[in-house]
Write a protein that binds this ligand. Structure first.
Ligand code: D5M
Ligand code: FE
Ligand code: ZN
Length: 482
């Protein structure tokens, strides 16, 4: 039996310390205990672990006379190891003093980062400068930043493209259907490649080239990650009952067996902004607030999220949080959110940011730029944020349009360029769930826990409330707490 105990645990990747070993060996029905412990630990823990005497005692205390185990999700037997890493965060990287000089270095930095990606593409090796291109009679290849987009009176598309040497006007003929359709999605201030030929003072485009994203390999994960955003705690329209059901679910107290099994597997919760409703975000907001003090709103958030244990909670800000509005938004400051900071399992990151959850890369972005895309690009809307997310990935920029609804800080570096390809692209803001798999990347918009507001009624935005996306063992599940 002695050897059998050790080898059974070893096969299950569990190490025994001496006291645990003695306790198990001396237990009446040790063979049964070995099997049930291994079974229990295999479900609750994903990593190699050390089983101590204390844990054995705790387990035995929780087993009833028939050896039937307690609700696994309730068990605090395992203290998990989190392989959590912040790969990119802009919180402490804000250098700008707001001078015009910064704006030009900001755009230069954006241009160079994206040009670097574009010129690595087969179609854009040996590019011409824009100045050269305006007098070339051969095939023209240029990379430029979009200064302006408009139509000719015959409904062709005109793009004003600029690099450090000058600017040129690119025409996309509407009978060139494929390229024209692509040109419909071109926005101001993005960086794009053009292949074409000169016709007088115009460049006729035969190809438009985005920096693009390669296909990513499927990440094998054996844990569950919950994606939340836009809880808007403090608002009269915050759906507290639904949120309570969510918290009960995550703690193993709500849902059917299958849902409880997922809850038991949850290791991370990611919050992509608007965790609270904030104050003074729009005129007369106080009429729609149940908690009128920003710190109190975060205290309430701490009370609600404080019921989640043994799960790491990663929090990024949105446009309602106590944070500067200009993106990149630094992490929510401790002065505002003391209670949340005091929770042992919280992490605070900037908007945007890139984190690694046991090797699964998650790009977190609140999604303010979706308003600009929904307002300016044909066929795009708040309802289908997956289409916008796909376009942002192709453009490799989270908020290309400067000077509209999305305030951007003119930093020396452009932190909104998508430099690393994530496994998951998680957004919020629109209050409408969406999910798509694009080139292997999970595109997730996590909806909201706020019912329709007066503002959203005017814009005809119908939120999808209390629908929570979870990636469990690599595939998406939607859980409904409404
Ligand atoms: O955003 C709540 C909803 O309102 C979301 O669907 C986006 C939309 N929204 C917010 N601001 C604007 C502007 N300026 N134009 C159009 N649509 C907007 P929240 O960030 O929670 O207030
Ligand atoms: Fe919101
Ligand atoms: Zn928002």
């Amino acid at each position: 039996m002695t050897e059998e105990i050790i080898s059974k645990f070893a096969n299950a990747e569990i190490l025994l310390d001496e006291t645990a070993y003695q306790k198990i060996k001396n237990y009446d029905d040790s063979s049964n205990l070995v099997d049930s412990l291994i079974n229990h630990l295999a479900i609750s823990s994903q990593e190699m672990m050390v089983l101590t005497g204390e844990l054995v005692d705790e387990y035995l205390g929780k087993s009833d006379a028939n050896g039937k185990k307690d609700d696994l999700a309730q068990s605090k037997l395992i203290s998990r190891e989190f392989d959590f890493e912040i790969l990119k965060d802009a919180s402490n990287k804000s250098y700008t003093n707001g001078e015009i000089k910064d704006l030009s270095s900001y755009f230069k930095n954006r241009y160079h980062k994206l040009k670097e990606m574009l010129t690595h593409k087969r179609e854009l090796t040996d590019i011409n400068s824009v100045k050269e291109a305006t007098s070339l009679d051969d095939v023209i290849k240029i990379v430029g930043m979009v200064n302006d987009v408009r139509y000719t009176k015959n409904n062709h598309k005109l793009i004003e493209l600029e690099d450090e040497t000058g600017s040129a006007t690119v025409l996309i003929h509407n009978e060139n259907h494929e390229v024209f359709e692509q040109a419909e999605r071109i926005v101001k201030d993005e960086v794009v490649g053009v292949v074409g030929g000169r016709k007088g003072s115009l460049i006729m485009a035969s190809e438009l080239i985005n920096p693009g994203v390669p296909r990513v390999d499927e990440k094998k994960t054996n844990f569950a990650t919950v994606f939340l955003s836009d809880t808007h705690i403090g608002s009269t329209t915050f759906l507290e009952d639904a949120f309570d059901r969510f918290i009960r679910w995550i703690n193993g107290d709500y849902g059917d067996e299958r849902q409880k099994e997922i809850a038991n597997n949850v290791k991370y919760v990611v919050v992509a902004g608007d965790i609270v409703d904030g104050i003074g975000v729009y005129p007369h907001q106080d009429k729609e607030l149940i908690i009128k003090d920003i710190q109190q709103q975060y205290e309430e958030a701490a009370r609600l999220f404080g019921d989640i244990s043994n799960v790491k909670i990663i929090i990024a800000p949105g446009n309602h949080d106590a944070c500067r509005l200009a993106e990149p938004q630094p992490a929510i400051h401790e002065d505002y959110a003391k209670g949340l900071y005091e929770l042992k399992n919280t992490e605070f990151v900037s908007n945007p940011s890139l984190v690694s959850l046991d090797g699964m890369k998650v790009l977190i972005y609140h999604g303010r730029s979706f308003d600009d895309f929904a307002m300016t690009v044909k066929g795009m809307s708040h309802q289908q944020s997956d289409l916008i997310m796909k376009e942002l990935l192709e453009k490799r920029h989270l908020a290309p349009i400067y000077g509209e609804r999305t305030p951007l800080a003119s930093e020396i570096e452009d932190h909104l360029v998508i430099e690393d390809i994530p496994d998951v692209f998680h957004t919020g803001h629109v209050h409408i769930n969406s999910y798509k798999r694009y080139k292997g990347i999970h595109l997730i918009n996590s909806g909201t826990f706020q019912s329709q507001t007066e503002f959203q009624k005017i814009y005809n935005i119908v939120p999808t409330c209390a629908q929570v996306p979870v990636i469990n063992n690599g595939s998406l599940k939607m859980l409904d707490f409404s």
